[in-house]
Ligand binder design. Sequence first.
Ligand SMILES: [Zn+2]
Length: 256
Amino acid sequence: MYQNFLNSLRDQTGILLRFDDIAPNMNWKMMDRCERVLNKYKIKPVVGVIPNNQDTELLSYEKRDKFWQIVKHWQNNNWTVAMHGYTHVYDSETRKKDYFKYGGKSEFFGHTFQEQLSRLKKGKKIFDDNNIKVDTFFAPNHTYDLNTFDALKKAGIFKIIDGYGLSPFIKNEIKFLPQLFYKLVFIPFGIQSTQLHINYWNENDFIKFENFIKKYHSKIIDIDTAYSKKNENSLIKVLDFFIEPTLKIKRIFAKS
Ligand SMILES: [Zn+2]
C-alpha cells in the first residue's frame, strides 16, 4: 500500500524546463552554453519564442542572424517551441484583474478579442512562414483574460504553460501546465514547469543551472510527458488544492 503510494508519487513527479524571452536579440553566449548542457543530458525543454520582438530591453542584446533556422534546428531536436507573446511590449495594466491575479503590465489583458486575435494571428503567421509548428503559448508577465483564451483557441493554440497547481488541468477548453517558480527548485511531488530567464544570468547562475541539471536530470521531462500525467496520487491531490491560495497569500505579503 505504502509502496504503491510512493510509486505513484514518483510517477506523478517531474519538472519541465521553460526558457523565456527567446528572440533574435538575446544572451546567445549563455544560450549556447545551456544548449550544450541540455544536449549532454538529452533534455528537451520548452523555448518561449517572441515572434516579433520589439521590447527595447531585449533589443539591447547581441543579435544572431538566421534566428529562425536555429529555432527550426531546436524543433528538429524535439525541443518544444512555444509562442511567448507577439512583440513582448506591455501596453495595458491589469490592476490584479488578470486571470491568475498576478497583476502588473500586460501585452494581452484588457484588449478586445479582435485585437488579441490579431496579435496572435500575426505571431502565428511568423512561425508558419518559417515552417515551425506551434501549439503552446505563454503570455509575457503571465497575464491573461478570458478573451485571451478565446483568441488563442481561434488561432489554433490550445496549450498554456502557466497557472497554479501540481498537475496539468483543463479550463476554458485549454490545457494548462502549471508554472509556479521563478528559480530552479525541485519539489519532490507533482508536475511543475520552471521559468528560466537566461538573458539576466551571470556566471554563478550558469553554474547553479549546470549543477541542478547534473543532480536532477532524471526528473526533467518533456512537455508531452508532463501533459500525460494525471492527478491520481492522494498527496498531490491534497497539495494541489492548497497551492493556489498559499502562493497567492505569499504574493500578497511579499508585495505589502
Ligand atoms: Zn517574457
